[in-house]
Design a protein. Sequence first.
Lengths: 101, 177
Amino acid sequence: MPPDLLGPTLALSGILFSIGVLGALLRRNAIILFMCVELMLNAVNLAFVAFARYYGFGGHVLVFFVMTVAAAEAAVGLAIMLALFRHNQTLDLQDINLLHG
Amino acid sequence: MHTVFWIFFAGAVVSAAMCVLRRNPVGAAMWLVATMFSLAGIFVILDAPFLAAIQVLVYAGAVMVLFVFVIMLLNLDITTTDLRGSLSIGGAVAVTGLLAVELGALWAYTPERLAQEFLPAGGAAFPGAIPAGAASSNIVLDVARPLFDAYLVPFEATSVLLLAAVVGAVVLAKRRI
C-alpha cells in the first residue's frame, strides 16, 4: 500500500460507519436494521486492517474475531426475527412493542 | 494501484448508500454484498489478501446467504414504505451528517502523524505484533502465529461463543414465543 492511503482508508471506514448509522436510524424493517449493523462492523474491520499495516498482524486477528461475532450475531438475530414474525406477522419495528409495558 | 483503490472506494460508498436506501430487502441485501466485495478489494490493496478471501467466503457468502434466505422465507410485504416519520428522518440525517464529517476528517491522517502520536516505546504495540517490513511471503502463517499464540485464549472463547450461538439459534427458531 502506498503510505498516503491511510487517511482515505480511515475516512472510508468512517463514511461507511455513518451510512450504517443512518440506515439504522432511518429504516423500520428489522432485517434492514440488521444489515446496517453488519455494514458498521465491516467499516470497523476496514479500520483494523488499515492500522494493521503499522501495528502488525494483531489487527488481522481482531478482524477474525469481529467476523466470528458478526456470524454468531446474524444467526441468533435472524432466529429472533423468525420467532418475532411467527408471533405477530410483521417485522416493522413500530409494531413490535413486546417490552413496551 | 491508486486508480483501483478509488474505484473500490466509490463502489463501497455507492453500494452502501444503495443498501440503506433500497426499499426491497432483497435488493438491499444484494447491494450489501456489493459493498463487501468492494471492501475485499480494498483489503487486497491493504496487503491483507487472506482476510479478503475470508471476507468473500464468510460475509458475502455465508452471512448474506443466511440473510437472503430469511428474507425470502418470511416473504415480507414491501408495498408500504418503511421509513420513519419526517421529523425522525431530519434528526437522523443531521446526526449522521455530523458523524460523517467528524470521521471524514480522518482523511488528513498520515502515517507520520500516526507514528508521532502512537509510537510505542518498546516497539510492539499489541501482543503478537509484527513490525511492518518483517512480514514473510506467507500471509496465512503471519496471521496464524499471533492467533494461536498471543490470542489463544480469545480464540478458544470464540469457539464457546459460537457453540452458544448455535444452541440459541436452534432454541429460538424452534419454540413459539
